[in-house]
Design a protein around this ligand. Structure first.
Ligand code: ADE
Length: 230
């Protein structure tokens, strides 16, 4: 998979891709992440990429010229399965959306900034708009990192225990059951006996019951959603 991210704040995206699982995935050649600085595509000498909104009002708008120049340049190199725009009014990002994106080959992500981007970009280039939640961030960069992380960890070979991503919270419509590690007792607080029993069948049953109970208690909407989707 290849992910191209377009931003006017490329430095903001250096760290998320330079550590842990996302770094290893790139080192292993399982994903290529390229961050493109929108200012490099500015058509004026001050390298500005934003301008006042027509009709007035507070806040700057990303201009169509640099965005178009950058997207066109990237599209000349390869075909993109999706050109995504990160925006609080996009489709809510869920595990299902991450699963869907994880089987694509080339993704492009445009990070919004300021008051957003000239609407003509959304009309003519963008194939999908994604929001990571009902709150407003200063820009789309952190949201793009969230989406990339959730997608990359699903790629075959990225997580060493192959079944690990499949047993994540949400993959089966349930939140994850509790987990414990050594010591078996700390300050008198004990790990449930069943986990120390060595009985795999009983452990599986316990984990499933705990996951269902936890989902009912914390995220009952997930149970309703899966009933509606089945
Ligand atoms: N840009 C600003 N807020 C955002 C959000 N909640 N999701 C995606 N992109 C955003």
């Amino acid at each position: 998979m290849r992910i191209d991210i377009i931003t006017c704040l490329p430095k903001l995206l250096e760290s998320p891709f330079s550590h842990s699982i996302l770094k290893r995935a790139q080192d292993k050649g399982l994903v290529e992440v390229h961050v493109h600085d929108l200012r490099q595509y500015s058509t004026n000498k001050h390298r500005t990429v934003d301008d006042y909104a027509y009709g007035g009002g507070a806040g700057m708008v990303l201009m169509i010229e640099p965005v178009s120049a950058c997207i066109d340049a990237l599209k000349q190199e390869r075909d993109y399965d999706e050109i995504i725009y990160m925006s609080p009014d996009g489709q809510l990002f869920t595990q299902n959306v991450a699963n869907e994106l994880s089987i694509k080959t080339n993704l492009m992500i445009l990070c919004g900034h300021y008051k957003g981007v000239d609407e003509r970009v959304r009309e003519h280039y963008i194939t999908r708009e994604i929001s990571i939640g009902d709150y407003v961030l200063s820009g789309g960069e952190l949201a793009a990192a969230v989406v990339s992380d959730a997608v990359i960890r699903l790629l075959p070979g990225v997580i060493s225990d192959e079944t690990s991503a499949l047993t994540d919270s949400f993959q089966d419509g349930l939140v994850a059951p509790p987990v414990y590690t050594r010591p078996a007792e700390f300050k008198g607080w004990k790990v449930p006996d069943v986990l120390l029993s060595g009985n795999e069948k009983k452990i599986e049953e316990w984990r499933f019951q705990e996951a269902v109970a936890r989902t009912k208690e914390r995220r009952p909407n997930l149970l309703n959603d899966s009933a509606e989707n089945s």
